[in-house]
Design a binder for this molecule. Structure first.
Ligand code: NAD
Length: 376
């Protein structure tokens, strides 16, 4: 069985879907791994390291894509799809809700495993690409904020006077938000945070952050508990109260990091333009949801917008690609952890187990049949 690792072609994508470490494990399972020359370079993985791990380095994408299982970071483009072996299985972050190539995957008879659709069950954690990448992105977002900010994070008492600590506001306290809080605290900032899941309060406080409370009715609390850890649909009253809390906190902040996402849908707008207009000159917003519509009015994908009042809105769409070495290492292990239990030692084949409730939800196209339905 051949596994192909093509170089990513999406602009700005520096990650790779297999490292020498995971290639070695696939090779030990009896798979022949074909890595496109240079595919790992931006993630610090050289052709020589892949070869030493047992891979065959091939010159072209066509060779890496003409294999039985293809491991990718971004969903295959139309051009890539035309080169994929008929009937192959492809693992990637397919973003099916905004992917225009689903028909092309069907026409090619592919099986497409959308890794971001893995359910949030304990058994699936080691294969969860959203968590592994969000964690690193949360860390890097704070460093991006620190870089754009013309001030410092910690309090400093100097002979020339005292420097006040920076105030960071984190909106959305999932995996990325928690890592952003922890990183901001480690760098000495004062951190405040909010999420519409009440369970996040304890997590924020355990990291030394201050919880920004938005009043919630008993009915809303019950709703919030019943969503299994995912965001619930807030009422107009909650959205109004939240906007007031956000307005006050953000107007006083030096750095704002927004991470609120709703899987498969457009991100909610949490910071209105009128709030951005009240921010101090030199303050910085990192809108981590910019590629799914943005949490901040006025943020632009892959741009730094400087507002009239001198705030900077940073809209980097692919933050994990800025920490490609570790992001690729974790992403590659996620894919290995997903596939390894389906390896048959006798035949050396990897066959997807469609009965497995961790595997089934990821199949957006199965042997050329479209399974995925866009949410209403
Ligand atoms: P996410 O990226 O989907 O969203 C980030 C955060 O934004 C979430 O905490 C969400 O509640 C919040 N949010 C969404 N809309 C909002 C709004 N309108 N206002 C304020 N906040 C809003 O979330 P995530 O990081 O993927 O994690 C979501 C939850 O799932 C967390 O509780 C996390 O611990 C849990 N989780 C569980 C597993 C597992 O058990 N396998 C794996 C990963 C995450």
């Amino acid at each position: 069985m051949q596994i192909g690792i093509p170089a990513e072609t999406l602009a700005g994508e520096t990650r790779v879907a297999a490292t020498p470490e995971t290639v070695k494990k696939f090779a030990a399972m009896g798979c022949e791994v074909l890595v496109q020359s240079g595919a790992g370079l931006a993630s610090s993985c050289t052709n020589a390291a892949y070869e030493a791990a047992g891979a065959k380095v091939v010159a072209t994408a066509a060779e890496a894509l003409n294999t039985d299982i293809i491991l990718k970071v971004a969903a295959p483009s139309a051009d890539e799809t035309a080169l994929i072996k008929q009937g192959a299985t492809v693992l990637a972050a397919f973003a099916p809700h905004q992917n225009d190539n689903l028909d092309a995957y069907v026409a090619r008879g592919l099986t497409c495993v959308a890794m971001e659709l893995i359910p949030r069950i304990t058994r699936a954690q080691s294969s969860d690409i959203l968590s592994s990448q969000a964690n690193l992105a949360g860390y890097k977002a704070v460093l991006l904020g620190a870089n754009e900010y013309a001030g410092l994070f910690p309090m400093m008492m100097t002979a020339a006077g005292t420097i006040k600590p920076a105030r960071i506001v984190v909106l959305g306290v999932g995996v990325a938000g928690l890592q952003a809080i922890a990183t901001g605290k480690r760098l000495g900032a004062v951190v405040e945070a909010s999420d519409l899941r009440p369970a996040a309060k304890e997590q924020v406080e355990s990291l030394g952050g201050r919880w920004l409370d938005v009043p919630m009715s008993d009915e809303e609390k019950a709703k919030a508990l019943g969503t299994g850890g995912y965001a619930w649909q807030p009422s107009p009253e909650y959205i109004r109260d939240q906007a007031a809390v956000v307005d006050k906190a953000v107007s006083n902040a030096n750095i704002v990091i927004t991470t609120a996402q709703i899987p498969g849908r457009k991100a909610p707008v949490l910071v209105k333009a009128e709030t951005v207009a009240k921010m101090k000159p030199g303050s910085v917003i990192i809108d981590m949801a910019v590629s799914s519509g943005g949490n901040v009015e006025g943020s632009k994908l892959d741009e730094i917008v400087i507002t009239e009042n001198g705030a900077r809105i940073v809209g980097i769409g692919n933050i994990p690609a800025l920490v490609a070495t570790e992001a690729s290492a974790l992403y590659s292990r996620n894919l290995l952890n997903f596939l390894a239990p389906m390896h048959n030692k006798e035949t050396s084949e990897i066959v997807l187990n469609r009965e497995d409730d961790m595997v089934r939800p990821t199949l957006i196209v199965d042997a050329g049949t479209l399974i995925y339905k866009k949410p209403n």
